[in-house]
Design a protein around this ligand. Structure first.
Ligand SMILES: [Zn+2]
Length: 590
């Protein structure tokens, strides 16, 4: 399944490495005869200096190549698991003339001699002044490596020792694992989606994540399965892949959700019927328990006639009260993640380690219950796009940048003054900017849009928001439901992420994304819903120019003239390149 070149053959590294040669498609053979496609990853991409081998600055001498401890054995474990390996490395020493391409080839031949073959080598020969799109933190080499391996960045995980490795991975849509060294800056460690001690630990983490979502081979198709996911739209959306896995093995799927998640649940593929019911042990602002209501819910659950149930929760929620009602409703088989002792409430009591991305945590429960994604279905978030309402015509053609300043959870919202400055900076750089928000956020969106953005505040329920996002080049948003909606639509995200919960767990999943904000702020991991720190410093200090940089890193072109300040009122049609910036005036911007 591999095409090892043999350690004697020098890897094909040249100065023009990032040129068309990389675009040649080396299709990936199936991972072994009879083996099914791995669920999560096809390939592991590795930084070279400081990750695979000790960092010897601008080294052109093969004799100075020293692998990090345990590297060969760790890489062989990945090879044995059917994963392909790529190296993704900045080598600006070439541009600076500090070593020759021939010397670098010799170094890479020595690396393969010591560590075994790699399936692709991606080298950026430029220095930072070149402004190329390959030098990390730009995502070009991650994309090129995926292409060379016949897969997509979403099916790759990047291991590296600095923030630029993580940014490049994220901006391409790949997963990232940081293996810090003594020179890795604390801010880079804080911002990384995942951090482990060293390369062998990264390999262990990758294989553990893959194993977690791979259950036993699914049995015969089940009849009616009741799945439950209460809480907000974002919670429902990140459970989507697991719901699709259940749907792939069931005749009928009934989803129990809460009022705040209903609109998202209605967009999930694989759901045949919805039951909306607030659960007082889940809601953040719960009503008192009403025995009549609990009896009514139990009767409603019994009426489903489910053959089994899968109860999805966040780690801080208990599935057991609902499991008890499901038992009383006569459901014969119930699966859930529970740290608390479940007695006879659960048939499948699953455990999942802390810190894995929420979609994978949910998929792991589905797998434990005996459900797997249909062949060819990727574990990405998805929503139904057929039947979405038409977006407002004054949006113009696709490619605008959406700024969504609000959030149901105050700590996770972008400060309004900052959001307004972001809109102005993006518009001044030639982006058409659209500001979205719910019916109770019209004052906010008017303030944020000013006269530089198109204010759609109050006009975008979740389905309408999906229709607007579907045409966006990128979304600028905090850690809130619309970030997951964008991910489900494949729209890149600039994530203004308050670190109250872990980014690796709740960040935009399997979609190109750039994280901004102070990941080491005092609110880190507090789960606070109101900012405990005056001034909301984790987000307030973000420079709007960083958002513009992030939009550029995500490859979204500015397609309006930078001069702007067009007429007030709606932009009804866009005549083509060089169209006016989308601006609003008068009523819609108050
Ligand atoms: Zn480059």
């Amino acid at each position: 399944m591999f095409t090892p070149r043999g350690s004697g053959n020098p890897p094909p590294v040249r100065r023009d490495q990032v040129e068309p040669d990389q675009r040649r498609s080396g299709r990936v053979e199936p991972a072994g005869r009879g083996a099914s496609k791995p669920v999560l990853f096809d390939a592991v991409l590795l930084d070279r200096d400081g990750t695979l081998i000790e960092d010897v600055p601008y080294n052109g001498d093969p004799d100075k190549v020293r692998p990090v401890p345990g590297a060969r054995e760790a890489l062989d474990r990945l090879r044995a698991a059917g994963l392909r390996l790529g190296v993704v490395t900045n080598q600006s020493g070439l541009a600076r003339g500090l070593f020759t391409a021939g010397q670098m080839r010799a170094v890479h031949a020595r690396v393969e001699e010591l560590l075994g073959p790699f399936d692709t080598w991606q080298v950026c020969p430029h220095d930072e002044r070149a402004g190329c799109d390959c030098r990390k933190p730009a995502p070009g080499m991650v994309r090129a490596a995926a292409r060379a391996l016949g897969t997509s960045p979403q099916r790759c995980v990047m291991v590296g020792d600095i923030g630029a490795d993580m940014t490049a991975a994220g901006a391409a849509g790949a997963a990232g694992i940081l293996v810090p060294t003594a020179t890795t800056r604390p801010a880079e460690v804080a911002a990384a989606p995942a951090v482990v001690a060293d390369l062998p630990a990264a390999v262990t983490a990758i294989l553990a994540r893959a194993a977690l979502v791979t259950g036993p081979a699914p049995g015969p198709r089940r009849g009616t399965v009741l799945v439950a996911r209460s809480d907000s739209a974002g919670d429902v959306l990140v459970t989507g892949p697991a719901v699709r896995a259940v749907a792939a093995g069931a005749e009928r799927v009934v989803l129990l959700c809460g009022p705040r998640g209903r609109d998202a649940a209605a967009l999930l593929p694989g759901v045949d019927e919805l039951i909306e019911w607030p659960l007082p042990w889940i809601d953040g602002d719960p009503a008192p328990v009403d025995p009549d209501d609990v009896h009514a819910l139990t009767a409603r659950l019994a009426a489903v006639g489910a053959d089994e149930a899968v109860v999805f929760t966040s780690f801080h929620q208990s599935p057991l009260p609902l499991a008890l009602l499901l038992r009383m409703a006569g459901v014969p088989r119930i699966s859930a993640i529970s740290d608390d002792y479940p007695g006879s409430l659960l048939d499948v009591r699953h455990r999942a380690p802390a810190g894995v991305p929420e979609p994978e945590r949910a998929l792991s429960l589905a797998a434990a219950a005996g459900f797997a994604l249909a062949p060819g279905d990727q574990p990405t978030l998805r929503v139904r796009t057929a039947g979405l309402p038409a977006p407002p015509s004054r949006l113009g053609r696709p490619g605008y940048v959406v700024v969504h300043p609000g959030s149901a959870v105050p700590t996770r919202a972008c400060p309004p003054e900052l959001a307004a400055r972001i809109v102005r900076v993006l518009a001044a750089a030639g982006h058409r900017v659209v500001v979205t928000g719910g019916p109770d956020e019209t004052t906010l969106t008017a303030q944020v849009a000013g006269d530089a953005g198109l204010d759609l505040g109050g006009r975008t329920g979740l389905a309408e928001l999906a229709a607007v996002l579907a045409g966006a080049g990128a979304l600028v948003v905090g850690n809130t439901g619309p970030a997951h909606l964008a991910a489900a639509l494949g729209v890149p995200v600039v994530s203004l992420f308050a670190p109250t919960v872990p980014y690796g767990q709740w960040g935009p999943y399997r979609v190109p994304a750039v994280r901004l904000g102070d990941a080491a702020a005092p609110c880190r991991d507090t789960r606070a819903t109101r900012c405990p720190v005056p001034g909301h410093p984790c987000l307030a200090a973000v420079e709007p120019g960083r958002v513009l940089d992030a939009v550029r890193l995500l490859g979204v072109p500015a397609d309006a003239p930078a001069t702007t300040a067009g007429p007030t009122g709606a932009v009804t049609s866009v005549p083509g390149p060089g169209a006016p910036a989308v601006v609003t005036g008068g009523g819609s911007s108050r």
